[in-house]
Every structure is written in structure tokens, then in C-alpha cells.
Design a protein around this ligand. Structure first.
Ligand code: ASP
Ligand code: MG
Length: 306
């Protein structure tokens, strides 16, 4: 039987606290089999890791160590609250933090922070969280499998930049995700990261886990992508500036792309590209939903919107 496939992505605030994580887990459990989950780092974590690296670059190892210890404490507390047997995840968090301390030390000695090192530092925010969520789902009896995004998303040089190799992503998704999804399971991938041409871990740019979700959706031939955020959907205007800003129920990819470019800050501007229709493949609709508001219907973005 064909199980519908969908990609759920949880943004920083949607997983930024214990309560939020519990809600996110409920959304995943309620969705049932055939769901590939993508997570960003918890809110504030990417900034904190960037801070650690930049403090080290300035030679301020104390500040770097403080950031690293905060990172560790925040994730340890969650693992302990969420998991009946947190031992394995606590060990992984410990490894990640040791590596972070070591990297900060090298950065401080060399007083040099390359883009590649910075990416390697920040990638751990998504990874520890995805590992923890997978463990929480397994502890709850689900068939949940962590798959590292660098196994699926390979970035290759294109037009002066790097772009995901979609054919390679489809092949990897068929090998690593589909068997789990087709047998009633759930996969959990860290968003925001991919593999560079030299095999190194790279990031997709700030807010890039939306893009990760879209890449995986295309690779899987998914029926929809749902981005869980802390807002009810895309709005007609910035609600902080315009009092009667409303949620847009539906909009065309084109309009959503414009909003993203004009700084709506809700969607990573590249997100729509993998979702567009092309010869032989339909478009994949994108939904924005509020993790915290089950009553809101959210925004649907597709190519058949009026
Ligand atoms: N954690 C990353 C960031 O803060 C990626 C994301 O949130 O999508 O930019
Ligand atoms: Mg984030």
C-alpha cells in the first residue's frame, strides 16, 4: 500500500522549550507513518554557537567556554526531562561539547575562524536536537530513525555558488529514508546542514532548515511540506507594525517568494525552488502552521492558488 509521504519541519521556537518539544512530538505522533521530520536548532542555539566561535577568534576563551557550557546544560536538561533513559543522548551531547571546546581552543590559538570551521561549529545545534527527538520518539515506542542530512544533501558548485545535487538527494532518500517511511516509521534529520564537495559539513545559510525540508520533500516526491512555526502563517503585513494584519490563507509560490525576498523573515527565500513543478513532476504544496495554535488553519502555498 502507498503511504502518503510528507515532510514536517520544526523551527527554533517550535522546539525552543520543553513544552514546545512535547507539542512537536505530539504533532509527529499524530501524523503517523510516512513523515520525514526536519528540525532546526532550538531558538537561540545557532547564535550562541556563533558567539562561542567568534569569542574564541577574539581570544576570549572564557566567553567561548561559557557559551559551550550553556549549550551543554540546555540540551542535557531537556534530555533528562524528555527521556526515561537519557544516558546515550547525554553521552552524545558530551561528545559534541568536548569537540566544541576543542574547536574553540584551536580557533583561539590560531586567531582564525574560517567559514568552514564556523559551519562545523554551528552544525551541532541541529544534530544534537535531532538525535534527542529521535530518541524521544523511540522511547515512546515509535519506529524512528535519525538520518544525518549530510548523507542526503550534497552541495555542488553551480553558477559561482553551491547548490544541492537533487539527483543525488533523491537516490540517498530512496536508500535511507524511504525504507523507514514505507515500513511505518518516521525519520528525523537535522536541518540547515549539508555535505560540501570535500565531504565537509556545510550550512545552508541562516534560516536554512526550511530549505532543507523542501529539498527532502522533492527528493522523496512528498505530497506536502509542513513548516511548523510560532506564527499562524504568512501575514498581509508585519503584525508589529500594522494592527489589522491578517493571516493569508492561501498564496501562490511566486507571491510567497516575493514576500520572502522582501524580508518577511518567515520563509527562507530559496525554500520554494525545489517545490516548483517541472516536466514530469507536480509541484509540492507548502503549509505554514503554528505549533502552538491547533485552531489556526495556517497558510497554504502552492501553484494552484488564486
Ligand atoms: N538554526 C539555523 C538558524 O538559526 C537554521 C534555521 O533555523 O533554519 O539560522
Ligand atoms: Mg534557528
Amino acid at each position: 500500500m502507498h503511504t502518503p509521504r510528507q515532510v514536517f519541519k520544526f523551527g527554533g521556537t517550535s522546539i525552543g522549550s520543553l513544552e514546545a518539544l512535547r507539542l512537536a512530538l505530539q504533532h509527529v505522533r499524530a501524523a503517523g507513518p510516512g513523515t520525514a521530520v526536519v528540525v532546526s536548532a532550538m531558538s537561540g542555539v545557532t547564535d550562541q554557537l556563533l558567539d562561542a566561535a567568534r569569542s574564541a577568534e577574539r581570544g576570549d576563551l572564557q566567553a567561548a567556554d561559557r557559551a559551550a557550557s550553556d549549550f551543554a546544560a540546555r540540551h542535557r536538561a531537556l534530555a533528562e526531562a524528555l527521556l526515561p533513559e537519557p544516558g546515550q543522548i547525554l553521552a552524545l551531547i558530551g561528545q559534541s561539547v568536548e569537540e566544541l571546546h576543542a574547536m574553540c581552543q584551536s580557533i583561539a590559538v590560531l586567531r582564525e575562524l574560517s567559514p568552514r570551521t564556523l559551519d562545523a561549529v554551528v552544525a551541532r545545534g541541529e544534530r544534537v536536537l535531532a538525535l534527542g527527538l529521535a530518541a524521544a520518539l523511540v522511547a515512546g515506542g515509535a519506529h524512528a530513525v535519525y538520518v544525518d542530512a549530510t548523507e542526503i544533501i550534497a552541495l555542488t558548485p553551480l553558477a559561482g555558488g553551491l547548490w544541492p545535487d537533487m539527483a543525488a538527494a533523491a537516490e540517498a532518500a530512496a536508500r535511507l529514508l524511504t525504507p523507514v517511511l514505507a515500513t511505518g516509521g518516521v525519520t528525523i534529520c537535522p536541518g540547515y546542514i549539508g555535505r560540501g564537495p570535500a565531504g565537509q559539513t556545510l550550512t545552508l545559510g541562516r534560516g536554512g532548515s526550511d530549505f532543507s525540508a523542501a529539498i527532502l520533500a522533492r527528493a522523496l516526491g512528498a505530497e506536502r511540506v509542513v513548516l511548523y512555526k510560532e506564527v499562524d502563517g504568512l501575514m498581509t503585513a508585519d503584525p508589529r507594525a500594522v494592527k489589522d494584519a491578517r493571516v493569508l490563507g492561501e498564496l501562490h509560490f511566486r507571491e510567497a517568494a516575493e514576500l520572502a525576498y522582501y524580508g518577511a523573515k518567515i520563509l527562507h527565500p530559496r525554500t520554494m525552488i525545489p517545490l516548483l513543478a517541472a516536466p514530469g513532476r507536480p509541484a509540492i504544496p507548502l503549509f505554514i502552521k503554528n505549533t502552538f495554535n491547533p485552531r489556526s488553519t495556517g497558510t497554504r502555498i502552492a501553484d494552484d492558488a488564486a
